[in-house]
Design a protein. Structure first.
Length: 255
């Protein structure tokens, strides 16, 4: 966790991220929030250890295993600076669970007015949830089941989402992204540019517009989640004023 940020703010952002990724398929198990959505987003199909509970870790893992087996999903535990107990990551490592997907939560603590983004020869269009799930799913190569699960999660989300795409003159989406708003905290999600059109500033333009939308709706702080290895995306986000705030990763049983 970066000392440059207030820990209470980061805790609120972690809560906002959990709310924004909440799927219909979830249950509580002795302090663990167990999610098992059939969608592509790993944050919606993993265990989040948000409270201590009473059972030992190995017992809780044993109880989680059939839930994921019945859902046809691998078991992942998400580890953050807020996971309980604090040594959970070390305990899981001792049990032989392997680490995956080093991820950064980047935060911008102020959404003040900033210059209009550079113009692009594309129009910004608001998308309904299902159309957005289809668009980003096509970009990512998601299966039909994953797209359906994404659309369902957005439609039933406890947090309102606003989804947009940049549309070219032929009516095709070139880039897309969405913004989840919880009080004064906005999260940017699923920002994706079609592979042949990357490197043209579309993501920068789209994120700028999403931040403007968030500010109009009263947001004062913004966050996003990005893989640590995605240098190109992290460069864009730094240019937009985001900084690394904290990291998380997953652990999964050894194959």
């Amino acid at each position: 966790m970066s000392p440059a940020f207030d820990e209470t703010l980061l805790s609120r952002i972690e809560d906002a991220g959990l709310n924004a990724s909440a799927p219909p398929q979830q249950r509580w198990l002795d302090g663990w929030l167990v999610r098992f959505s059939p969608g592509k987003a790993k944050r919606a199909r993993c265990v989040n250890a948000v409270a201590a509970g009473r059972l030992p870790v190995d017992r809780k893992l044993a109880l989680c295993a059939p839930i994921y087996e019945q859902a046809g999903l691998p078991l992942y535990v998400r580890l953050t600076p807020f996971s309980v107990p604090r040594d959970l990551d070390a305990r899981l490592a001792e049990l032989g669970m392997q680490q995956q997907d080093d991820t950064r939560v980047m935060v911008r603590t102020s959404i003040k007015p900033f210059p209009e983004p550079a113009p692009v020869a594309l129009r910004l269009e608001r998308l309904p949830h299902r159309a957005f799930a289809e668009t980003v799913g096509r970009f990512r190569g998601s299966s039909l089941a994953e797209r359906e699960a994404h659309a369902q999660r957005l439609a039933e989300s406890p947090v309102p989402f606003s989804a947009f795409a940049l549309i070219d003159p032929d009516g095709k989406a070139a880039a897309c992204g969405q913004m989840a708003l919880e009080g004064e905290i906005a999260g940017l999600y699923d920002v994706f540019t079609e592979a042949p059109r990357r490197g043209r500033g579309l993501a920068t333009h789209l994120c700028s517009r999403l931040l403007q939308e968030a500010r109009t709706l009263g947001a004062k702080t913004a966050y996003l989640q990005v893989e640590a290895s995605n240098a190109a995306a992290r460069r864009v986000y730094r240019q937009l004023g985001f900084e690394d705030a904290y990291a998380y990763h997953y652990r999964t049983p050894a194959a």
